[in-house]
Design a protein around this ligand. Structure first.
Ligand code: NAD
Length: 333
């Protein structure tokens, strides 16, 4: 079977990870690359031997000249709505980087447009598809090994100096990173959130313009409290990108620390190390395969737009909560 053809918009930064994923795929290949930065296009075309004649600085021009089956969007959040809308208007299914859009209203407009056009719109929540997170999902959401889960705490502390758009955002941690952890909460616990309250702040040493630290209390279905504390200007003792998790239920506790899982029970001092699932595909390769199935078999990707709105609501609900000091209800519509 011949490979499906993709246009990718945004070739630098995270775009490079996607380029390597698509070039390694047996199901997809490139029709064209688009990036507003010609220098990036030239550099990447040379690095990967991709024909510069299929590289464009304008998406409209690429759509006019190339035949494609789908589009991958890897641009900064502020550009997501325009690029995804342009692709959908041209009849192309879209796999976009998170966050789906830089406002909830824009994300909902995208979901409605895709639904009306009957086109796939899926979001790259790649954190779901790693041995660690797939194992936690299997143990808790599917097998229920803890019984009723009654308290959850997630801690994320990193100190990256990215430069670029993140250092200018009003809520860099919440909008550009915590969306992964919030989406993981829904995936691992198999429940949706109902409310959020909390506080954000920017430590005196922060190199971000907007608040880089946050403490939130979500309430999930059945009254389950989930506490999230995080910072993007940690001064050492960093966690992994997945963060450290403590998930406690009536039959014991699961800890995820430094990307290893441990199981504890009352009165037992030693924690039992839990083996991780082995997964055929992970991360971007998993997402790309789901996109392929959506385009060829009508499969609905797990992180499709309407599902992703529930994770994005946690982001924008948290922003409203820290702005107003109020408890913000989620999932009402
Ligand atoms: N899923 C993950 O694990 C993960 C990791 C990193 C970044 N991301 C996401 O990927 C996206 C891009 O982030 P990044 O770190 O690569 O940013 P970046 O700024 O490093 O790179 C963005 C690229 O897009 C190009 N670009 C910008 N605006 C454009 C436009 N309007 N049209 C065409 N090209 C445009 C830039 O020239 C650049 O090459 C963001 O949404 C970010 O949240 C996801």
């Amino acid at each position: 079977m011949s490979k499906l053809k993709l246009i990718q918009v945004g070739i630098g930064g995270m775009g490079d990870t996607w380029v390597r994923t698509v070039l390694a795929s047996s199901e997809m290949e490139y029709a064209a690359w688009v990036d507003i930065d010609r220098h990036t296009l030239e550099q990447q075309s040379q690095k990967y031997g991709f024909d510069i004649n299929h590289c464009y600085t304008s998406l409209e021009q690429a759509l006019e000249r190339e035949r494609a089956d789908g589009l991958i969007n890897v641009t900064p959040p502020a550009a997501h709505e325009t690029i995804c809308m342009t692709a959908l208007a041209a009849g192309l299914p879209v796999l976009t980087e998170k966050p789906l859009a830089s406002s909830l209203a824009a994300a909902k407009r995208l979901v409605t447009t895709a639904e009306q056009a009957g086109l796939t719109l899926m979001v790259a929540q790649n954190y779901r598809y790693q041995p660690l997170t797939m194992t936690l999902h299997e143990l808790i959401s599917k097998k229920g090994i803890l019984g009723q889960v009654g308290q959850v705490a997630v801690q994320f502390f990193k100190g990256p100096h990215f430069g670029g758009f993140r250092e200018e955002m009003e809520f860099p941690l919440l909008v550009d990173m915590a969306i992964h952890h919030f989406d993981l909460m829904r995936y691992i616990l198999g429940k949706d959130p109902q409310s959020v309250r909390g506080k954000s702040w920017n430590p005196s040493w922060s190199w971000f313009r907007g608040d880089a630290s946050v403490a939130l209390l979500f309430t999930f279905q059945e009254g389950l409290p989930v506490v999230y504390t995080g910072s993007w200007c940690a001064m050492g003792a960093e966690t992994s990108w997945n963060g450290d998790w403590r998930i406690e239920g009536e039959r014991g506790v699961l800890l995820s620390q430094e990307d290893q899982i441990y199981f504890g029970t009352p009165g037992k001092r030693e924690l039992e190390k839990v083996p991780l699932l082995s997964c055929e595909r992970t991360g971007q390769a998993y997402l790309l395969h789901e996109f392929f199935l959506a385009l060829t078999e009508g499969y609905i990707p797990k992180t499709h737009g309407a599902d992703n709105i529930k994770s994005l609501e946690m982001v924008f609900g948290a922003i409203e909560a820290v702005h107003t000091g109020n408890i913000v209800r989620l999932g009402d519509d």
